[in-house]
Design a protein around this ligand. Structure first.
Ligand code: CA
Length: 225
């Protein structure tokens, strides 16, 4: 999953980015003003936007309004400096998905971000299931047929993305854009190795039919054997 953090207070932006990279293992880009945020939204494939309201050049409210006017439906978590109920309700009405009042607990931000991403992908449950695979997103545990599967952080992120889009062919580019930050193109040559390892780990027996299939030149797909 890839998150855009829009926050002009450098230390806070760094702390949020670090927390999102560490715990759920998201790829994170940071924008420090409203114009930069919009430019990045038009080019990047984000699964969530964490948006501060008081920003240089263009306020967060306007960034949100422009996104929704352009029919961009990426979930947006608002960060607001003062508890201002009427303003917050107004923002929820124009398309914000959740909000936190500063100062907030980073753990709470992470938990809410996870929930927003799940809901944004149409799955509100903290445990995702597909065929024999179970993914416990809070504990970052994966089970296949009830038995634990040990995945590397990258393998976990790949599977998490695919679990949100079961049976759909996901192109290599789409996967790269959602797994990595703006440096995604540099990771293009290693994704196949990660895929191959993940596919092997999801097999209970060497001759099992694969849950994860590669469609040459098109991408990858989770299928129920
Ligand atoms: Ca600010």
């Amino acid at each position: 999953m890839r998150v855009l953090v829009v926050e002009d207070e450098v230390r806070l932006a760094e702390n949020i980015a670090r927390a999102l990279r560490e715990a759920p293992g998201y790829a994170v880009d940071v924008a420090s003003d409203g114009d930069e945020a919009l430019a990045m939204c038009w080019t990047g494939a984000y699964d969530l936007i964490v948006l501060d309201l008081m920003l240089p050049k263009r306020p967060g409210e306007e960034v949100l309004a422009q996104l929704r006017a352009a029919r961009n439906s990426t979930p947006v978590m608002i960060l607001t400096a003062v508890s201002n109920t009427s303003k917050t309700i107004a923002l929820l009405n124009v398309g914000a998905d959740d909000y936190l009042t500063k100062p907030f607990d980073l753990g709470e931000l992470i938990a809410r971000c996870r929930a927003l991403i799940r809901r944004g992908k149409g799955s509100g449950e903290p445990v995702m299931k597909f065929g024999p695979i179970e993914m416990h997103t809070a504990e970052q545990r994966v089970l296949k047929g009830g038995l634990p599967v040990e995945l590397s952080p990258t393998e976990y992120r790949i599977l998490e993305y695919l679990m949100h889009r079961p049976r759909v062919v996901v192109s290599k580019r789409e996967l790269l854009e959602h797994l990595y930050d703006f440096t995604w193109e540099h990771h293009s040559n290693v994704i196949e190795a990660h895929m191959s390892n993940l596919r092997k780990k999801l097999r209970s027996f060497p001759h099992d039919q694969d849950v994860l299939t590669t469609l040459r030149g098109r991408g990858y797909r989770l299928t129920q054997p």
